[in-house]
Design a protein around this ligand. Structure first.
Ligand code: GLP
Length: 254
């Protein structure tokens, strides 16, 4: 596990975007696992900027998003399809055919999940998987408990998650869909490299639980410590509850 600490959230976004850019430039057919949420907004803004100013090329990119709400069509402004379109996809030169987000309105959701797993395998697996962390310790929408061998499936969202994500739904947690499709913890662990990004004081306790507490299905983000190649980028605010020992081992970016 490699921990990178930055003074600010903005610097964490830049560091994460540079890692992603390195993967894109280093492989002829890069496959990225992408995430949503507020933490990712800054990262995608930096990536779009690097595309504009440095011609970072996305034309060979294949991507798979972690999750999508069940019942929201792609055009719904609260869907993760729409998030990805407006936050990143419309600003880069990627081929839309190779950009995958689970379809939360598929008539047969189980078949959609199986097809998603098959598409990841057919692409040769994910080279770099970007991850945020939810208040419940989830990665993707892997709510507690999520076994470490789970695959892409339909899950029931925790009340805490519906509250955390209510801003997009008129601040009404009851308007947040009750279910989502998510890659499983096992799907995520199959990626060749994991990159978890956390920013802001609200993430401090759950980040410490994930990185220094027990490795348990009750905190699905703790599973990343089982991965041979795992990078965590955290700003000082989200790293506030980490032990001095762990912080001493970190790489600091000024
Ligand atoms: C959602 C997503 C997660 C993400 C989490 C954190 O629940 N399904 O993949 O990690 O939000 O969101 P934020 O970055 O807004 O704190």
């Amino acid at each position: 596990m490699q921990l990178i600490l930055t003074p600010t959230a903005e610097q964490a976004s830049i560091a994460a975007a540079r890692q992603i850019a390195g993967t894109l430039q280093g492989l002829p057919h890069p496959v990225l696992g992408l995430a949503t949420g507020r933490t990712m907004e800054g990262i995608y803004a930096v990536l779009a900027q690097i595309h504009q100013t440095e011609n970072l090329d996305f034309s060979a990119l294949t991507s798979f998003n972690l999750d999508e709400y069940v019942g929201l069509p792609p055009a719904d402004p609260r869907s993760y399809h729409h998030y990805m379109q407006t936050r990143l996809f419309q600003s880069i030169n990627a081929n839309p055919e190779y950009l995958h987000v689970p379809n939360g309105t598929a008539p047969n959701l189980d078949a959609e999940c199986a097809a998603y797993e098959a598409a990841i395998r057919a692409a040769g697996g994910i080279d770099l998987q970007l991850l945020g962390i939810g208040d419940t310790g989830h990665i993707g929408f892997n709510e507690p408990p999520s076994a470490f061998d789970t695959r892409t499936r339909v899950v029931t969202l925790d009340e805490a998650t519906r509250q955390q994500n209510a801003a997009m739904f008129g601040n009404d947690p009851s308007a947040v869909p009750t279910h989502a499709i998510t890659m499983g913890v096992g799907t995520i662990l199959d990626a060749k490299h994991l990159l978890l990004v956390a920013t802001g004081p609200a993430k401090a306790n759950i980040l410490a639980a994930a990185l220094e507490g027990p490795i348990t299905p009750d905190v699905s983000a703790s599973a990343i410590r089982l991965h041979a190649r795992c990078t965590i980028i955290a700003d000082e605010a989200s790293a506030a509850a980490l032990s001095p020992e762990l912080k001493d081992q970190a790489t600091r970016i000024a």
